[in-house]
Design a binder for this molecule. Structure first.
Ligand code: XUL
Ligand code: CO
Length: 434
């Protein structure tokens, strides 16, 4: 037990009419929506990096947070950090959490000691999981912060860095497996380039494809049943990142024979950076059969960088969950808050209130999306729009050929009659539910 959050009560459902500062107004984990409890729909997870490892720095200034686990360079402080993390998970009553190796153990500079400290701290976390019932949604390796990764991990021109990355991912996959993690994530912040003048893109892509195949092979070797996920992001920290967006990732997976083995972890802020909406990315992944999990946050629409703010826009979140529900909901995936409080939010209570509020926003969004889906009105309108394709003649055309179709158009003098797309009506319908 730690007293970092002393005087902050455990958060429970108080309902929309309450003005209690600490209490869920919309997230009642046992509420059943479309036959499933809200907790099982949303599968919330806390991200270790933003809440506990990040110290409040930005490009213009350093640390603003002063925490009992600083400096983060000893195992003693890593344990204090783990105690506080699990205390926060209990207060929030979240079922899951996520980590990078670099968040949970100190960086020692060499692989042997990094391995030792990772194994030690994850043994401690395993005990904490057993005591609290809190589970691991996913683990991942930080292959971007340390200077060894500056020119990439699996795409590095130096084979020794590729080797260090392989060893590190193996250790993180082992630790994720030990902790019963339900997924394993790879986000390639440095898998990309700054200038083509020094970059062999074809070679780098081939190495990245080979690396991911090794990850999948190793997963099967150790019997890890979780899903391997890659996380698209177009840029930042690299100028050009190979995992640009959902469609680019799918093309990459297909080229390297991985489209049945690997799915996507999609992040709201990354979608915005790629010039997409979050729901577009989710719908794309679902259509291509690779939807896996989400990193929920919100980006600033003016700033142009990855602000990783907590979500606070119900209509936006509802659009995302509508696509997720249509895709059948999460299987091994969930809603990970890859979100950080602002650097002026230095009180322990800020961490709790940020997550609590975000969980309420997601619950409101999901409930609105579920009600609309349940009404069937939007899907009926969509079905009506494509009804022409239900006829045997239209279906047969898809098995036909260009010249045969051309002959038919001439013979029947086909003149298509344009019909309204009814967008505004559907937007009004949407607005009735959100
Ligand atoms: C970076 C990002 C990462 C991944 C995990 O933008 O989203 O935190 O989620 O490495
Ligand atoms: Co993320």
């Amino acid at each position: 037990m730690s007293d970092f959050f002393k005087d902050i009560p455990a958060i429970s459902y108080v309902g929309p009419d309450s003005d209690a500062e600490f209490g869920f107004k919309h997230y009642n984990k046992d509420e059943v929506v479309l036959g499933k409890r809200l907790e099982d729909h949303l599968r919330f997870a806390v991200a270790w990096w933003h809440s506990f490892a990040w110290e409040g720095g930005d490009p213009f200034g350093g640390q603003t947070f002063v925490r009992p686990w600083h400096p983060q360079d000893s195992m003693k402080n890593a344990r204090i950090k783990a105690d506080v993390a699990f205390e926060m998970f209990r207060i929030l009553d979240v079922p899951y959490y996520c980590w990078h190796d670099a968040d949970v153990r100190p960086e020692t500079g060499n692989f042997a000691d990094n391995l030792k400290t990772l194994n030690e701290i994850t043994d401690y976390m395993l005990e904490k999981q057993a005591q609290t019932g809190i589970k691991l949604l996913w683990g991942t390796a930080n292959l971007f912060s340390h200077r060894r990764w500056m020119a990439g991990a699996s795409t590095n021109p130096d084979p020794e860095v590729f080797a260090f990355a392989a060893a590190t991912v193996k250790s993180c996959l082992d630790a994720t497996h030990k902790l019963g993690g339900e997924n394993y994530v790879l986000w390639g912040g440095r898998e990309g380039y700054e200038t083509l003048l020094n970059t062999d893109m074809k070679q780098e892509l081939d190495h990245m494809g080979r690396f991911l195949n090794m990850v999948v092979d190793y997963k099967h070797k150790i019997g890890f049943k979780g899903t391997i996920l890659v996380e698209p992001k177009p840029q930042e920290p690299s100028k050009h990142q190979y995992d640009y967006d959902a469609a680019t990732c799918f093309g990459f997976l297909q080229k390297y024979g991985l489209e049945k083995e690997v799915k996507l972890n999609l992040e709201q802020g990354h979608a915005i950076l790629a010039g997409h909406s979050f729901e577009h990315e989710i719908a794309t992944a679902a259509a291509l059969g690779v939807f896996g999990s989400i990193d929920m946050n919100r980006n600033d629409y003016q700033s142009g960088w990855d602000t990783d703010q907590f979500p606070n826009n119900v209509p936006e979140v509802a659009l995302a969950y509508y696509e997720i529900l249509k895709a059948g909901g999460f299987t091994t995936g969930g809603t990970n808050f890859d979100a950080k409080i602002r650097r002026q939010s230095i009180d322990p209570a800020d961490l709790i209130l940020a997550h609590m509020g975000a969980m309420d926003v997601c619950a409101r969004g999901l409930k609105a999306a579920a009600a609309l889906l349940d009404s069937g009105e939007m899907e009926a309108a969509k079905k009506a729009r494509y009804a022409g394709w239900d006829t045997p003649a239209a279906k047969a055309m898809l098995g036909s050929s260009l010249d045969a179709i051309a002959a038919e158009v001439l013979a029947k003098d086909i003149r298509p009659e344009p019909r309204s797309g009814r967008q505004e009506r559907l937007e009004n319908l949407w607005n009735r539910f959100v």
